[in-house]
Design a binder for this molecule. Structure first.
Ligand code: NAD
Length: 351
């Protein structure tokens, strides 16, 4: 196995691993461990080049630093990517080799699930390293993060409603959800429970029909969903949906959803601000998954009560972001980053 470091400015350590025996080609990026070991998922993707993979892993690792700093998880930011076709490269041996690569970071990087990686793959990784998080409850882990992420997003939506409308009460508010997968469908259920009027869309039409029948939601064709006149828009599918093309079509007061990287570019936060649309930054709102996993590091092991108490603090974190944005007259996405950097800098000061 050949591990080589790649110097990247602003990152504590970035390394590449080539393992001839198993065909493993992977990168790990540790962005910042000021607040704790860098936790971030393992992604398997057929990147066009190592350069593309390096761009992705470094961007995602930095994002994890900010997300964990704002969520106060006691963790830093890192990520890893395996280059290859998800349908072809997987083998127990490859994941064991990946575990040895993770182990080379001596605990400064902790891995978990991400795109195209399943718990069964992580169990192979764990044969060669202890630095694996997010396994099932039967393996001493915190289990499936999606229901926690959904609950945390609903906390975030209530916080945004309180900031915008003066009350957390969502009854009668019209909420449009784009994407009703693992997280979006649970959010819809929780929001309906709180009395909101729910409209959903998804590229999976059968899923939409099934959920509408079961819960009495309204639906809209995905291609026309932005024409829905709603109070709150919750993007819960993929990123980059808020951009120059879509912003002029938005009629909502608030954007708050679980999707990562909702804004195509940071400057779109300013555009939303100029249109008086309150944007709840994605990584502040969707942090409950990482918060839940972080509780595995609690001295007594994972404890759901502690996790829920920490997840409820999304309310305080998001309120702090909104206040900072107002005080400094900046977009909320910029305010979230400033809050993260402030917390990291504060931790660097001698106490
Ligand atoms: P998922 O794959 O279960 O659901 C995504 C849903 O979006 C699917 O039903 C899919 O058909 C639908 N979809 C895809 N493209 C669409 C489009 N253009 N229009 C409408 N629907 C579309 O994923 P998930 O776990 O529910 O995650 C949703 C988002 O939240 C992702 O961006 C993910 O990165 C983010 N997120 C998830 C978690 C978690 O705990 N699962 C945590 C943080 C962030």
């Amino acid at each position: 196995m050949n591990i080589t470091d790649i110097p990247v400015e602003g990152y504590e350590r970035v390394a590449r691993c080539h393992d001839k025996a198993t065909g493993l080609h992977a990168l790990i990026a540790v962005h910042d461990t000021t607040l704790g070991p860098a936790l971030g998922g393992m992604r398997l993707w057929n990147y066009k080049s190592e350069e593309a993979a390096l761009f992705d892993v470094t961007r995602l690792a930095r994002g994890m630093t900010y997300k964990s700093a704002v969520a106060d998880t006691g963790l830093g930011g890192g990520k890893c990517v395996i280059l290859g076709d998800p349908d072809k490269v997987k083998s127990p041996e490859l994941f064991e080799a990946m575990g040895r690569f993770v182990e080379d970071f001596g605990g400064s990087y902790i891995t978990a699930e991400d795109m195209n990686i399943k718990i069964v793959d992580l169990l192979h990784v764990r044969k060669s390293t202890d630095h694996v998080a997010g396994l099932g409850r039967e393996h001493g882990g915190s289990g499936n993060p999606s229901p926690y992420t959904a609950y945390g997003c609903v906390v975030g939506i209530e916080t945004a409603a309180a900031y915008r409308y003066g009350s957390k009460d969502l009854s009668g508010k019209h909420i449009l959800l784009q994407g009703v997968g693992a997280v979006g469908s649970e959010m819809a259920r929780l929001l309906k429970e709180r009395g909101a009027r729910i409209t959903i869309c998804d590229i999976k039409e059968d899923r939409v029909a099934e959920l509408c029948k079961e819960h009495g939601y309204e639906s809209v064709d995905e291609s026309k969903h932005l024409s829905v006149d709603c109070d709150i828009y919750a993007p819960c599918a993929r990123g980059a949906g808020v951009n120059d093309e879509t912003i002029p079509q938005l009629t909502c007061d608030i954007i708050a959803g679980c999707a990562n990287n909702i804004l195509l570019e940071p400057r779109h936060g300013d555009v939303l601000r100029s249109k008086n649309i309150l944007y709840a930054p994605d990584y502040v709102v969707n942090a409950a998954g990482i918060i839940n996993v972080s509780v595995e590091r609690h001295p007594g092991g994972y404890d759901e009560e502690i996790a829920m108490e920490k997840i409820n603090r999304i309310d305080d974190n998001l309120t702090e972001v909104f206040k900072l944005a107002d005080e400094q007259e900046i977009a909320t996405n910029i305010a979230a980053k400033r809050l993260a950097l402030k917390r990291i800098e504060a931790a660097k000061q001698p106490s």
